[in-house]
Write a protein that binds this ligand. Structure first.
Ligand SMILES: *Cc1c(COP(=O)(O)O)cnc(C)c1O
Length: 383
């Protein structure tokens, strides 16, 4: 069997999540906005319960959670919603700040805004993939409207220091007397590392169901109360008028259940997968001419990303394909070389000859041993 080591691309939906969703597709199919009869009220209560649980799990206020179709939509709502709200309120701030290594679901909406009257600063990262806090401090200006930095990188797994980033934003705020909104794409972090947005000073947090053993097609934007967003989907006025559309009750129930389960085994899972990841690295390191991409300490425990020297990337992945499911970059990059690895100074050739391992809840020690053997064999045969 193919060992699935691509959990940054997606995770399997937990059977308990599938079970929790089941009745809401069939018997209990009513629209939660239909308040005239019992089934509609029951659906509304299910949404309410899911919302309360997510709110409790993340330590935020009930009005903070806006359900979306995933982290992509949550990012678009946060970034374009803030930008358009600034325009609508007559505000003059047009400067946006992000990192060169962000997910395309952050970079693309920001670049879109940069084509529509905003100015975007894309900060380079340090060679270990972490933000340069001095460069961030220097980039903040009186007209900076928002800063967007992901908590955990989907390719190299590095964890950005969100609390320090928030502190710099607040420092700049007090000298410029304007609120700089801090958005965080938490798709790879929530359910994997402890993350409470309010404690960290994060104003907007994007999450995704299918990255935490929940269903695809659901996510949420968690927004600090009082922040105004311009609607990105206009229609029936659901989700405080910011995101119209009938609520997908089964998916919402599934997201809440998945988050609950992910938090329940988070610590043990992290410890176990961290050991397996370290074992994989120890077994591969002696092959020599390997570059570790991203800081090893400030990193998701279930991530490893290596650039293999002296081999052709296409042939390497061709050999690996039969034994393990891994990737050379993001699942969303459509074959173009990884912009994240490029930001670390890797060449096009090096980026192609890179392997991203993403371990998950069901990864076994046997799978890791097989993966290590498969990678070692492939590298030896190509060198
Ligand atoms: C997967 C991912 C997304 C996109 O999430 P969807 O729910 O699939 O839209 C955004 N950002 C990061 C960091 C991701 O890993």
């Amino acid at each position: 069997m193919l060992a699935y080591l691509d959990h940054h691309a997606t995770t399997p939906c937990d059977p308990a999540v599938v079970e929790a969703m089941a009745p809401w597709w069939t018997e209990q199919f009513a629209n939660p906005a239909s308040r005239n009869y019992q089934p509609g009220l029951l659906a509304a209560a299910a949404v309410q319960n899911a919302r309360s649980q997510i709110v409790a799990d993340l330590g935020v206020q009930p009005e903070s959670v806006i359900f979306t179709s995933g982290a992509t939509e949550a990012n678009n709502l946060a970034l374009k919603g803030l930008a358009e709200a600034e325009i609508e309120s007559g505000g003059q701030r047009r400067h946006l700040v992000t990192l060169a290594t962000e997910h395309r679901a952050v970079l693309d909406p920001l670049r879109y805004l940069a084509r529509h009257g905003f100015e975007l600063t894309e900060l380079a990262v340090l060679p270990n993939g972490l933000i340069n806090l001095e460069e961030l401090a220097a980039a903040l200006r009186p007209d900076t409207l928002l800063v967007s930095v992901m908590a955990a990188n989907n390719e190299i797994g590095v964890l950005q220091p969100m609390a320090e980033i928030a502190a710099l934003c607040h420092q700049a705020e007090s000298s410029h007397q304007k609120t700089i909104h801090l958005h965080c794409d938490g798709a790879q972090a929530v359910g994997h590392i402890p993350l409470q947005p309010a404690d960290l000073g994060v104003d907007l947090l994007s999450i995704s169901g299918h990255k935490l053993y929940g269903p695809k097609g659901i996510g949420a934007l968690v927004v600090k109360p009082g922040i105004r967003l311009a609607a990105q989907l206009h229609g029936g006025g659901q989700e405080q008028g910011v995101r119209a559309g009938s609520l997908p009750v089964p998916l919402i129930v599934g997201l809440a259940k998945a988050l609950q389960l992910a938090l329940a085994d988070q610590q043990l899972r992290s410890e176990r997968l961290g050991e397996l990841r370290d074992q994989l690295w120890r077994q591969l390191e002696p092959l020599g001419d390997l570059k570790l991409n991203g800081d090893l300490a400030a990193r998701l425990p279930h991530n490893l990303n290596l650039t293999v020297g002296g081999v052709d990337g296409a042939r390497l992945h061709q050999l690996l394909r039969r034994k393990i499911a891994v990737s050379s970059g993001s699942a969303c990059s459509q074959g173009s070389p990884s912009h994240v690895l490029a930001a670390l100074g890797r060449s096009r050739q090096e980026a192609g000859a890179s392997i991203r391992f993403g371990l998950g809840r069901h990864t076994t020690a046997a799978e890791i041993s097989c993966a290590a053997v498969a990678v070692a064999e492939a590298i030896r045969s190509l060198r």
